[in-house]
Design a protein around this ligand. Sequence first.
Ligand code: THU
Length: 159
Amino acid sequence: MITTMKDFTFFSSLEALDAESKYLVHKAKEATQHAYAPYSKFYVGAALLLEDGTYVAGANQENASYPLCMCAERVALYTAASQYPGKKIKKIAVVAHRKNHKELVSASSCGGCRQVMLEYEVRQESPIEVVMFDDNRWIHCASAAALMPFSFDISHLKD
Ligand code: THU
């Protein structure tokens, strides 16, 4: 079943998503293999599709000093920004599973990652679509800005 809301489309199964999104979800699942999550045991993978067809993946990286843990989305976003400067990000998919479990669990991007997506969206002047699995349905979001209402960005820092 597919339902829509402004900027959001909800799918009851992965199969219902478009081929590009499905493949990006596959890349995000693959990326969970490289999660380093000995503390939360929550394995998160993110995959980005760049404008030229390049894929960039990231997985969460934890640290004994807990505040230093880094989300999968930001690992992928910062990798793209530093390895492929100037290439626009078209879409990001994020998935998660628990240790020793294959089935996906809800992985709604945290506020910090949404803020970082927004930063790059504003910078590249084109939307970054977001695909994630939450509450037993797949969500396609048209832009990072839609995930961050009343957000703070570079425009607020100008005189
Ligand atoms: N995590 C992500 O990688 N992405 C999110 O959007 C939410 C949380 C990670 C951070 C930490 O390693 C683990 O999930 C538990 O919070």
